[in-house]
Design a protein around this ligand. Sequence first.
Ligand code: NCD
Length: 337
Amino acid sequence: MSFKGDHILSVSQFDRDNIQHVFQIARSMQPYASRQKRTKVLEGAILGNLFFEPSTRTRVSFGCAFNLLGGEVRETTGMESSALSKGESLFDTARVISSYSDVIAMRHPQSGSVAEFALGSRVPVINGGDGANEHPTQALLDLFTIERELAGSGLTIDGMHIAMVGDLKFGRTVHSLSKLLALYKDVRFTLIAPKELAMPDDIISAIENAGHQVHITEVLEGNVNADIVYQTRIQEERFPSKDEANLYRGKFRLNQEIYTKYCKSNTVIMHPLPRDSRAEANELDNDLNLNPNLAIFRQADNGILVRMALFALTLGVENILTNYECAVPWYSNKHSG
Ligand code: NCD
């Protein structure tokens, strides 16, 4: 099973077997991510990290994941500072940047843009989010996290119950995650969203056609007694106006009181981040920060492992990491991952 030279554009490229392969490589990255040792397997390689939409975690974790494998990162952020704002096509940008880089990670506000860019690229392109469409690396790290978190309670993805909450219309993370979960067996989906922000019909049909149960509701209370509650932010950047986004902000809040009242004692709380902590939103209250089932920062840590695995796989070095190992000479109390 090889991803060498492949673009990673959509979760539809994955099945249960190659997901497990990615996860096995991701687990082998743990000693490097936690700074027990280093590998220089990608020394000399260059990542073109192109982020044409705001990002903190995804952009920095792609960059750090590449650095942790020994590679260098060249970055461009924002549309204004790029030649795309002078009318350059995605194809031309791809031709040029791909001759400067060994692999490219890219985020862009338009659905389908990363796939279009990949047509012009001579090196693997990894989709870091294309509009409201897909976010495959987030979905893989979410699935990796779900598998790990459930294992602690003796549960598996087959047969689990997930409640997805918030902006299910524009939230690309829940789109990609739902498609991956559809590969498993007997998953119960509770989809909690205002009807204007409901999960797109094609994704609901895909889940149902794969034999899963879907329950759709506009009420959070009483519907979050699931194994996983996956909260999301209102994707205000995809609304015609901020006022329209304000109609839905703060509609579904999860805090410790609601958790205690309506969730199971071991319900795992997830969120792709950033959580909107402004008073009018506060979708995941800070009073959950000490709740041991709050997995949001473990998700972010797992993002490093999964992105390291994807770089190793697309560049074909997943089996030779240890040949390039060396010690970590600096003080480190890292416990990432
Ligand atoms: C998400 C995104 O950009 O789609 N964040 C992320 O990548 N971790 C979700 C969001 O911005 O709300």
